[in-house]
Design a protein around this ligand. Structure first.
Ligand SMILES: Nc1ncnc2c1ncn2[C@@H]1O[C@H](COP(=O)(O)OP(=O)(O)OP(=O)(O)O)[C@@H](O)[C@H]1O
Length: 273
């Protein structure tokens, strides 16, 4: 059984002439990596937000079904999605610096999330030294050096890459079975981008966590994900194992995307080498 299964999902926004999603279908199994690719406006982010029940108020589900671990999220609504959000299903967004409250130390930010999860899940309070230890453990898990000291830093004292690590730590705080990373490296320099994507890969493998990597960059998705789903105009036009999809694209749009993606010899960073 797939972990997440989206079937024929259609979503529109009040005032928009055409639907943002128009019959999108995709699925991902436990522990799998899926690259969700497509140009800007194709519906990648709306798909992710719909899974988490975080559509803006103007967005409405017209038809279709989202099920997670066999549970129908579309029928269950907020009562079913809320307990999963940030726990079984987590998300990492772009622009971590903007997402982190600038007035709180990062240890406090992570601690607040951990406490909320503990109160909800185990019904127990997580405080004091036990909470602090869990915070430091999470900072260490996402590769933040000297985590005991960094827990006391404010977001502005950390680099963009370190802030994204903090966001990933927050996303991991609920031990998710599915992590959705929406353009997680936008705004980071090329070296840091690779480091953050490596970190997500390593964490996913170590925890058996399924990941959906949303990106407009087919090359990045192909390098990182075993399966790809290609979106266009609110639909998934093609999905399948990465090697098959690259070698024998079935949809003309996938073929065009592949042609438009620079190969290793024409990458900008290689031209100066
Ligand atoms: N809050 C909103 N109000 C109205 N329309 C929206 C809203 N959010 C998204 N849309 C529309 O939904 C469609 C899909 O957008 P979406 O953000 O999912 O695309 P995307 O593939 O993630 O692109 P990007 O890479 O630019 O984020 C677009 O036509 C967009 O204009």
């Amino acid at each position: 059984m797939p972990l997440l299964d989206i079937h024929d999902l259609a979503i529109s926004f009040a005032g928009s002439p055409r639907p943002a999603l128009d019959g999108a279908s995709l699925s991902i199994g436990p522990g799998e990596t899926l690259g969700l690719v497509g140009e800007s406006g194709s519906g990648k982010s709306v798909t992710a937000l719909a899974v988490l029940g975080l559509l803006p108020p103007a967005g409405r589900v017209l038809r279709g079904r989202i099920s997670f671990d066999g549970v129908d999220l579309t029928a269950g609504g907020e009562a079913v999605v809320a307990p999963l959000r940030g726990r079984a299903i987590s998300m990492v967004f772009q622009n971590p610096r903007r997402a982190l409250n600038p007035l709180r130390r990062v240890g406090r930010l992570i601690g607040d999330v951990l406490r909320a999860h503990a109160a909800r899940g185990e019904g127990r309070h997580l405080t004091g030294a036990r909470l602090r230890a869990r915070v430091v453990e999470l900072l260490a898990a996402v590769g933040i050096p000297d985590p005991g000291r960094r827990a006391d830093a404010y977001p502005f004292e950390l680099s963009g890459g370190m802030c994204q690590r903090v966001m990933i730590a927050i996303a991991l705080a609920g031990n998710p079975r599915l992590l959705i990373a929406d353009e997680p490296t936008t705004g980071l320099d090329v070296t840091t981008q690779a480091i953050i994507l490596d970190l997500i890969d390593d964490l996913a493998r170590a925890r058996g966590m399924a990941t959906i990597l949303i990106t407009h960059d087919l090359a990045v998705a192909a390098e990182r994900c075993r399966r790809l789903a290609v979106m266009r105009d609110g639909r998934v036009v093609e999905a399948g194992p990465t090697a098959r999809l690259l070698a024998a694209p079935a949809h003309p749009y996938t073929a065009a995307l592949i042609r438009a993606t620079p190969g290793p010899t024409t990458r900008i960073e290689d031209l100066g080498a």
